[in-house]
Design a protein around this ligand. Structure first.
Ligand SMILES: [Mg+2]
Length: 339
């Protein structure tokens, strides 16, 4: 009846170790009929040596044997890296609780009491094989999951880098490598709200390179770009506090946000910028102002309040810039906001 229950194509290896030859015969016959590949040993030591070179899928192990008993075989099997996962089913006539406990403590997976029923042996062997199969499946799944996770982490990291790159592209002016207009507008909203909350002065400088069109006409657009980069960096180097923001507003126009800065200090910063550009000493022979590249600056300052708007602040800074140009360029002019 047993041979019909299993497919003989399954070639799992079962090792049977028992010093009683009739037991060995019976067990190997019945397991063979079930389609397993059976190896028999009547002593522990040779069984152990074979197992360590080629671990079986299940070991049926007698306890009372000469030379080396089943407990010792089991202990050595469980201590060896090749066989530590090999399931061991003890088969013993020693039906005392103490032995059973010891059998499980030394690493046994199951225990069959002699005289055994053949069906019980088969079911218990199949149980151990099923556990091993499930374990292997689980390990394979875990490995796959770990690989998948590692792949996800790589993708995530790449996305993060890409996002940072995109974020930078969206906030930086590609030519001058300083903040772009969008960043300026966002910062102005933020600083306006903060100024309102904290009732602190907010200053704004708008500046414009004098006669930049003539500079481009004289030296060409590539030289014009170099000039823009140098001016941008010079402004950036002059404005030192972390909360300050220097941005390219467009063309040859730059803006500086100076939070918590009263008008007179903002004017000083503007004058410093003007001087810094002068000291760049970039030749500009066509300029009517100077033979060097120069800059005009409009400065304004306000404690943000609901009665004012950001637009007014920008408009006033622009008006100051217009005044600076009107008064002969290469200078900073302060205008106060009209209430
Ligand atoms: Mg025995």
């Amino acid at each position: 009846m047993f041979e019909q229950e299993r497919s003989p194509s399954k070639k799992e290896r079962i090792m049977v170790v028992d010093d009683q030859l009739d037991n060995l015969d019976l067990l190997s016959t019945i397991l063979n009929l079930q389609g397993y590949k059976v190896e028999v040993f009547d002593r522990g030591k040779p069984a152990l040596e074979t197992a360590q070179t080629k671990p079986p899928d299940v070991m049926l192990l007698d306890i009372s044997m000469p030379e080396m008993d089943g407990f010792e075989v089991c202990r050595r099997i469980k201590n060896h890296p090749h066989t530590k996962d090999t399931p061991i089913i003890f088969v013993s006539s020693l039906n005392e609780v103490g032995n059973k406990t010891r059998a499980f403590r030394c690493g046994g997976s199951d225990y069959i009491t002699k005289p055994f029923q053949l069906e019980e042996v088969i079911v218990r062997v199949e149980n151990q094989l099923q556990i091993s199969r499930l374990k292997a499946e689980l390990e394979a799944k875990n490995t796959r999951l770990e690989q998948e996770l590692a792949r996800c982490q790589i993708v995530e990291e790449k996305l993060l880098q890409l996002n940072q790159k995109l974020g930078k592209l969206a906030t930086i002016d590609s030519l001058t490598q300083i903040a772009n207009r969008r960043t300026f507008e966002e910062a102005l909203i933020r600083e306006w709200q903060r100024g309102q909350r904290e009732k602190q002065d907010l200053s704004l400088i708008i500046c414009d390179i004098d006669h930049f069109k003539l500079y481009n006409d004289t030296y060409g657009h590539q030289a014009g770009d170099v000039c823009l980069r140098k001016v941008a960096q010079a402004i950036l180097n002059t404005v030192m506090r972390p909360a300050d923001l220097v941005a390219r507003y467009g063309g040859e126009e730059f803006v500086v946000i100076l939070p918590q800065t009263p008008a007179n200090n903002a004017l000083k910063v503007a004058e410093k910028i003007r001087l810094q550009i002068e000291q760049l000493s970039l030749p500009h022979p066509q300029s009517s102002v100077s033979d060097r590249v120069s800059i005009s600056l409009g400065v304004t300052s306000v404690v943000p309040q609901p009665k004012y708007t950001r637009k007014q602040l920008l408009f006033t800074a622009d008006k100051a810039l217009y005044q600076a140009k009107k008064q002969g360029r290469n200078r900073a002019v302060l205008e106060t906001l009209e209430s």
